[in-house]
Design a protein around this ligand. Structure first.
Ligand SMILES: Nc1ncnc2c1ncn2[C@@H]1O[C@H](COP(=O)(O)OP(=O)(O)OP(=O)(O)O)[C@@H](O)[C@H]1O
Length: 482
């Protein structure tokens, strides 16, 4: 789920300073403590410490950044994490929005500007939808962050990406609804925003509305309380493209399921495109209403899987290029990029977390990006996802690759045919497992930890120097990680 950068004006939201309903100050303290631990003290004091939290009169949380730049940076790098932490710590699962100090917002959220059909009176829904001029999904019209251009495609997501592009180019929906599903952080929200943005900015601009399922639910509840569900219906049904993220959130809430069902059915019947995303495929959602499940499964379901090494590398390059816009001195060598792409196998979101950590340790304090810095960042963020691998497995794979035996690798022999594979195996054991240096040494024929340090620095130096060992490491890493 993306962090919502809402266009909120202080005049319209009547943010209540000092109000601490529900103990938000206490929760905010805990969220900040987590963030401090995760991003490190330098980045924390530079970018996070100055954020303040407020509760709006609608119960939404507004996090106020001291500047637009800071707001955008926090949104890009830590928005999803803040939202996840908040959801974990706050049982009421409030909406979390980001606002820059003194922001003169063009579109107040709570006095929503409605599509033509509903523009007679302000709606109580908090929802807006529009074409290129005023997107309501937290992106700006030319925002490259979540565009098709910045979405990297590989085997894990090519079907989803092709479906997304096809529906943007079509005059009538080729598939409806389209349902993207996949694990946390694999790019579902990115793709939804890309579709919304392309629909708004295409040669034939269309009204697109992106909502999280939570926003759909809270908009609906607000409208019910205000006894004005008509405005809500007009808003969500008055668009050309409706995109709803995190649909699993709606499952099991009968009234919302019902409204959701009728909304989708109405749009599909009118040939308006509906695009949905969730962690699970429609058939596995715990929907109470069979009609809804049937409607969702009747469209096109596209999985987004975990990216393979190539795709991870492409995404990493893209994120580094984006970071370089903010931090022109941020320079990451090919060897470090390869290393990071091989190590971070969990999801692109984790990749961003590591990059943030690395930026903090380098660009912010004028230091270069070295293997040591990125290794520390990985260790601190506990992203050694390859910890399942054992040193034995690594020795076997390396030995087979070089046509020698594991006994050779662990032996005292010093011929080049054995030393090089041994160094590579030690390097992989250090980078792909959480074993300590002495432990690795012991497993390589009872060697001292200084031998492992020597092997690792030798291989690292060769990688940095552009030696073909980088390709071998790459191939071996792929093999070891399946
Ligand atoms: N293929 C990709 N190309 C470029 N960036 C990607 C890609 N996949 C994911 N990302 C980036 O990874 C981050 C997480 O992606 P996103 O928020 O879209 O994940 P998600 O699947 O919606 O996760 P969640 O289910 O937790 O909401 C974003 O910054 C996004 O830009």
């Amino acid at each position: 789920m993306a962090f919502n950068k809402l266009a909120v004006s202080e005049a319209n939201t009547a943010i209540i300073d000092g109000l601490d309903a529900g103990g938000i100050s206490a929760i905010w303290r805990r969220v900040r403590a987590h963030l401090r631990e995760e991003c490190g003290p330098a980045l924390y004091s530079q970018e996070i410490a100055r954020l303040r939290v407020r509760l709006s009169e609608t119960g939404a949380l507004v996090i106020i950044a001291p500047s637009n730049f800071n707001r955008d940076w926090v949104e890009d790098h830590w928005g999803a994490r803040i939202r996840a932490l908040w959801a974990e710590l706050d049982p009421s699962h409030r909406d979390v929005h980001l606002l820059a100090e003194g922001q003169d917002a063009p579109q107040p959220v709570m006095a929503a500007r409605l599509p033509a059909a509903a523009s007679r009176s302000p709606a109580p829904t908090g929802l807006t939808a529009d074409t290129a001029q005023t997107p309501a999904d937290g992106t700006s019209p030319g925002d490259a962050r979540f565009s098709f251009d910045s979405f990297r495609v590989g085997p894990a997501n090519e079907v989803a990406a092709a479906a997304a592009r096809t529906m943007v180019g079509a005059s009538t929906p080729p598939f409806n609804p389209v349902f993207f599903y996949g694990d946390y952080g694999v790019g579902k929200t990115h793709l939804l925003h890309a579709v919304a943005s392309a629909a708004r900015n295409g040669s034939r601009p269309r009204k697109a509305l992106y909502l999280t399922a939570e926003e759909f639910l809270s908009g609906f509840v607000t409208a019910m309380k205000a006894r004005d569900t008509i405005s809500f219906k007009e808003t969500v049904r008055g668009v050309d493209v409706l995109l709803i993220d995190d649909v699993h959130f709606i499952a099991g809430k009968p009234k919302t399921e019902d409204e959701f069902l009728h909304t989708i059915a109405a749009l599909v019947a009118e040939n308006k495109q509906v695009v949905l995303a969730s962690h699970k495929p429609p058939a596995e959602l715990q929907m109470q209403d069979e009609r809804l499940r049937s409607l969702l499964t009747g469209g096109l379901s596209c999985p987004l899987g975990k990216p393979d090494l190539d795709l991870r590398r492409q995404i990493l390059d893209c994120k580094i290029a984006q970071a370089t816009c903010h931090y022109p001195t941020f320079d990451v060598s090919e060897a470090v990029r390869d290393f990071l792409a091989a190590r971070i196998t969990s999801s692109p979101r984790e990749m961003e977390g590591v990059l943030n950590n690395v930026i903090c340790r380098t660009a912010l304090i004028g230091q270069p990006v070295t293997m040591e810095v990125v290794s520390t960042a990985l260790r601190e963020l506990s992203l050694s996802s390859e910890r399942r691998l054992t040193v034995d497995e690594i020795q076997k794979v390396v030995a087979t690759h070089f046509g020698i035996s594991t006994a050779d690798i662990c032996s005292k022999r010093r011929t080049q045919a054995v030393v090089r594979p041994r160094h590579i195996a030690m390097y992989l054991a250090k980078t792909l497992t959480t074993r300590s240096l002495p432990d690795i040494g012991r497993r390589f024929g009872g060697r001292d930890h200084s031998t492992v340090i020597h092997a690792v620095s030798k291989v690292t130096g060769m990688i940095d120097a552009g030696d073909s060992v980088a390709d071998e490491i790459d191939a071996l890493t792929r093999e070891l990680q399946g």
